[in-house]
Design a binder for this molecule. Sequence first.
Ligand SMILES: [Zn+2]
Ligand SMILES: [Zn+2]
Length: 264
Amino acid sequence: MASCLNPVWRSARGQRIWADYRERAEKLNAETVNPLLARYIELVSLQARLSSILIETLDVPHTDSDCALLSYFNGEALRPLLALAAREVSAKGKMEPPEESLNLLEDLWNQVEEFQYPRDFAARLALEVFATEISVVPHREMETTPDRCPHCGFPILCSIAREEGLGTRRSALCSLCSSEWAVSRLGCLRCGEQGASRLPVFSFDAWAHIRVEACDSCGGYLKSIDMTEDAEALPVPDDVASSAVNIWAFEQGYQAIGRHFFNL
Ligand SMILES: [Zn+2]
Ligand SMILES: [Zn+2]
């Protein structure tokens, strides 16, 4: 199919993110075999294929920095992605008629409907690819709480700590469009609690670069990836590799603020 992409699109982040995530997941799985990581490797490989299809077919003729990212929904471009993702992950005989699936996809995108698992897993994979690719198109940011992405409005995946001067800088990463946004270095991103005595931080022998930032005010916890401990860490594969941490936090009575790839 002829490509008619505009210059903005051509300079998009392209498929690199999926290849990087896959490579990192393979490295982590080679170090410590983990069935969840093995499944993730299959799914991120599928996302790389979805991304190739999207790059070939999607045209963004008019971009406007006053438009919200969500306004770029494109059902025609998403249709083949959804079909392929559904073939790969849905149980046989459980597929919705195509038009119904596409309507549901638009409702999920606009957050009229919440993702339900396993019903919407294929839709989720397709929308993550679409959102990640489209997030580089000029758009207006939204007013959100710090635990939601100012680009697409979807929930945070995790926080990331990086070196800055003599200290660290904290940012947040979106679970849908992979955008990063700056957040304050301290404080609960859900309820805004600032008191250190109510914000316990837990670390783990098995994962030196993973922390659980908990909040005793709202009962939430957020996983944090400390890039100063492991500069090669990448949000999704490292989150999947350390999913035992999510189970541990749940057992301590905390609820997830971030949205894990497998929705643990
Ligand atoms: Zn986002
Ligand atoms: Zn809180």
